[in-house]
Structures are given as C-alpha cells and as structure tokens.
Design a protein around this ligand. Sequence first.
Ligand code: OKP
Ligand code: ZN
Length: 339
Amino acid sequence: MKIEVYFSVYHTLHNPPFELSRGKQQEYFENSQRLKNILKILEQDPEVFEIHPNFSTNVPDIKEVHSEKLLKFYAEISKYLSDDDYHIPDTFAVPKISLLPEDITKRSGYFCFDSATPITRRTFSASLNAASTVVKAARKILTDKNKIVYAAVRPPGHHAGKDYFGGYCYLNNSALGAHVLSKKGRVAILDIDYHHGNGTQEIFYDSDRVFFVSLHANPAYAFPYFWGYPEEIGEGPGEGWNLNIVLEDDADNRAYLQKLGYALDAISKKDIDYLIISLGVDTLFSDPVGGMMLTEHIFEEMGREISKLKLPTLIVQEGGYDLTQVGKCVLNFLTGFLG
Ligand code: OKP
Ligand code: ZN
C-alpha cells in the first residue's frame, strides 16, 4: 500500500529570526529544516510515498473554524510588515477584555497567548498554504476511504483556537481538516504531540461530531499550562467528547503505549467514521522543546497500534524539533501504520 503525502511548499516563507522563550531570545525551533528533513527521508522511498506539493492558499470554510477578526488581523499585519521585519506582541489581553486596539502593532496581544509565535510578512500566506494542504488531504480521504494520507505541513496548528494563536500555531490545520470530514461523518482527532492541543480542544469543545482525544505532558509544568487537564471533558452536546490523558516527563515507551491503549479504547467505543492524527514527534527523549523518554522505534509501534482502528486516516504534522531525528520518527510512524 501507498501513502499519499501532501506538503505545503510555501512553508519556507514563515521563517522568523528568533523566538522569545522563558524571557530569552532563542533560535526559532519551529523552523523550515524540520519539514525539509521529513521530506528528504520520505523521498527516499517513492514506492511507498507518493509526494504531492500543494501550492494553493485557498481554504474554503475557514470562517467556520476561525473568527473573522482573527483573519482580518492576519491580513492587516501581513500588509503592515516589511520583508525582513517580524512582530512579537508585548502586551496581552486578559480574557474578558473585548476592545480591539486600532493600531495594528498593538492588536496582536488580543489574539496571541505566548511570546514564542512571531509574525512575519509571509506568516499568514505560509499558514494558509498549510491549512489548504490539510483540507486537500482531507478531501482525498473522502473520495477514497482506503487511503492513508499524510499532510506534511508547517507551521503547525493544534494550539490555534477559533480566535487566538500561540505555540508556533496560527491556523488550526487539523481542525480545518476535521471540519471537512465532519460533514460526512463522525471524526476522532487523536493528538499525540507532546503538548496539549488546546486550540483543537476549544474549537470542538461543544461538539459531538468531533471527538478530541489528546495524550500530552502534564500541563502543571508543560506548555500550554492553562489547558489539558482530565477534568476538561467537553460541554453541552460535546460533553464526553473531549478526553485529556496526561503523562509525565519521565514517561517511557511502555508507559506511553499503555496510555495510548486507553485512548484507542475510548475511540473504538464511539461510532467514528474518520480519524485525524495530530502527529507530534516531540515526545522523543532528545527533543529540545518537548521530550519524554520515548525512543525513535516506539513511533512504529504507535502507528501499528493506531492502524488497528481500521479507520480512514488523515495524519497531520504538528511538532517535532530534533532536526536530526524528526524525519526518522515520522517515517517510523508511517511505516508502522502500514503494518
Ligand atoms: C508547539 B507544538 C516553554 C516554551 C514553549 C512553545 C512550545 C510550542 C510547541 N517555556 N514554547 O505543540 O509542538
Ligand atoms: Zn508539541
């Protein structure tokens, strides 16, 4: 069997010079080398990986996932910034404040929840290209349910909410894919990135069309800190359709597989038609941003276990920052998935 790979060719347009993390100027970990590393490895096996570049930035239905004012903000700040400029908000709105500053350079703190997510002139274009790639990949799943499709995209998406951005994420790629699939059936999003997918959780929090299941490091000490606790179970019709499974930083392969088992059990107990995997490989022991105690081989096992759900599956790239290992981890996961 083949895996179709769609990739966002314009990802290199988003290339901020640095990030502010823990109050310090650092290299930008979510850089274009990540995706280049992944593609370079997948290209080596054309028998298995059928790679399609996506040049489109068209995302129909984007307004059903993101607010108009967030999109307008992105469009305006893109125009405001010159070519090698970058923008990092310095003043953040507390949740209940609803006024929007006129000045575009002061408005970012209304939408952004951290200091590690800079905006450059081409950030919005790159993000639209990533989102468009995932939507295209989702459509492929609809036309051929036997397909496994992998969307090799950046910037990632799972921290971006309806009306906010942060954690290297601007548009929620997986949520946009889920939105497409949810029109034709029930969807489960399994988020195995090291970090909790707070944006995806928020977007489908009151929905019983999309079951969000996330395995992640304890938010008591791991980003994004304010979300990701097991008590967050969804609300209204979505109650029981949000599942947070917390792991500790010392989690090894065994501990991880055990909790993955709970997640897969929960998914198999619901009547799900389509699966989306938010694939972060930043659970690897050597990851400079995340990092539990997982070794690269475990990703193959994870893929194999998840494939037993036997669902049409769209795999969407999220985190993974060890530049020497990210491609190998993704390859292992996809190989495991093929069985
Ligand atoms: C994005 B994804 C901690 C800084 C954390 C942001 C991490 C974003 C991860 N002091 N910086 O989920 O891989
Ligand atoms: Zn992550």
